[in-house]
Write a protein that binds this ligand. Structure first.
Ligand code: IPM
Ligand code: MN
Length: 377
């Protein structure tokens, strides 16, 4: 028996965040028409623009709501010129803050190329990587590493002489994200496109950094508990070229926080750009899903950006909830959404500017909502 409708807290945030989130909710509503409401949506303000208006990045009630929610959907945060007195970007409370507060230790970023997606090369749009060669998930540590808030400056009079960021790798932090990656590889039906092998690649800089050596040792220790999964290793610098040249080798990739941040943006190019890149910030008790692209202030209010990353984020959210609540209705909704996204992309009828098309954000949402209605419930 499922315990009533799931409560989804939505944080639209800044810039284009509210525009893409609106389309995500449109698509959720279309899903619900077919098989009844399995969730409840609740929006909360917050972000850099909210900070400029109110002096708060978010309201205390929002933190409580996020903690009590079954899942969170985040748009994007950040606005030019909006920063906190300590220099951090205003709005970070919604991203970095939630990751810490809710202990969302695994940042899970699938990188899959759907047939019909084109790559922008200079000013032309082409098929570069065959879609069957790109199908991996990058798991980024999300609560420590170089993002550990132990940083500061040494000043002489008013002049900064030294700035320090402390990179912390803990046994607990490394172990749980690595275990997440192995569990994911085990549960995913598909192995690497190259050979079908279930493989986890540890991306680090263990030839230089002590924390990375510890991360890799932990990877080996945890990995021995998963004898059916191949262990694979790459230094982060070499990885950036292999990723582009041989994406088919990768199945699940695990890395530390800052390295994971960088390689996932690079990987997004393989899937058609940031317009298609979604991520889940996942912990043992909470999860927050988001398009990775950010607030894109230049496009704010123009109804132009690609909402597909948000559709993928919604799909991830539904799947995570379905698992957690053991609710087959939610799992069916995720399957229907995946099919609707796939057929819409393949049909080429929802190409926004980044794909060389002229479809607007809201039209792309209409196309996917129509496709959802066409998939039998
Ligand atoms: C991301 C973003 C964030 C990060 C920013 C907005 C703080 O780049 O989610 O990848 O650095 O983690
Ligand atoms: Mn990033």
């Amino acid at each position: 028996m499922s315990p009533g409708p799931a409560r989804i807290v939505v944080l639209p945030g800044d810039g284009t965040g509210p525009e893409v989130v609106r389309e995500g909710i449109k698509v959720l509503r279309a899903l619900a028409e077919g098989d009844g409401l399995a969730w409840r949506v609740e929006e909360h303000p917050g972000g850099a623009q909210y900070y400029q208006k109110t002096g708060r990045e978010l309201d205390p009630e929002t933190v409580v709501a996020a903690r009590e929610a079954d899942a969170i959907l985040l748009g994007a945060v950040g606005w030019p010129g909006a920063s906190l007195p300590n220099g951090d970007i205003a709005g970070a409370a919604l991203v970095l803050g939630m990751r810490q507060t809710l202990d969302l230790y695994a940042n899970v970023r699938p990188c899959r190329l759907y047939p019909g997606v084109v790559h922008r090369i200079g000013k032309s749009y082409q098929t570069v990587w065959p879609s069957e060669l790109v199908d991996m998930v990058i798991v980024r540590e999300n609560t420590e590493g170089l993002y550990t808030p132990a940083r500061g400056r040494l000043r002489r009079s008013d002049e900064t002489e030294v700035a320090i960021d402390t990179r912390v790798i803990t046994r607990k932090g490394a172990e749980r994200v690595i275990r997440y990656a192995f569990e994911l590889a085990q549960h995913r039906t598909r192995g690497a496109p190259e050979d079908g092998v279930k493989r986890v690649t540890c991306v680090d800089k263990s030839n230089v950094l002590e924390g990375c050596r510890f991360f890799r040792e932990t990877f080996d220790r945890v990995g021995t508990e998963y004898p059916s999964i191949e262990r694979d290793y790459a230094y982060v610098d070499a990885f950036t070229q292999w990723l582009v040249r041989n994406p088919e080798h990768y199945n699940v990739v695990v890395s530390t926080n800052m390295m994971g941040d960088i390689i996932t943006d690079l990987a997004s190019v393989l899937q058609g750009g940031m317009g298609f890149a979604a991520g889940g910030n996942i912990g043992d008790h909470h999860a927050m899903f988001e398009p990775v692209h950010g607030s894109a202030p230049k496009y704010a209010g123009k109804n132009q950006v690609n909402p597909f990353a948000t559709f993928f984020a919604v799909e991830m959210l539904l799947r995570w909830l379905a698992d957690r609540r053991a609710d087959p209705k939610l799992a069916r909704q995720a399957d229907r959404l995946e099919r609707a996204i796939g057929t819409t992309i393949a049909g080429g009828t929802a190409r926004t500017y980044d794909q060389g098309g002229h479809v607007t954000t809201s039209e792309a949402g209409d196309r996917v909502a129509e496709a959802v209605r066409a998939v039998p419930a």
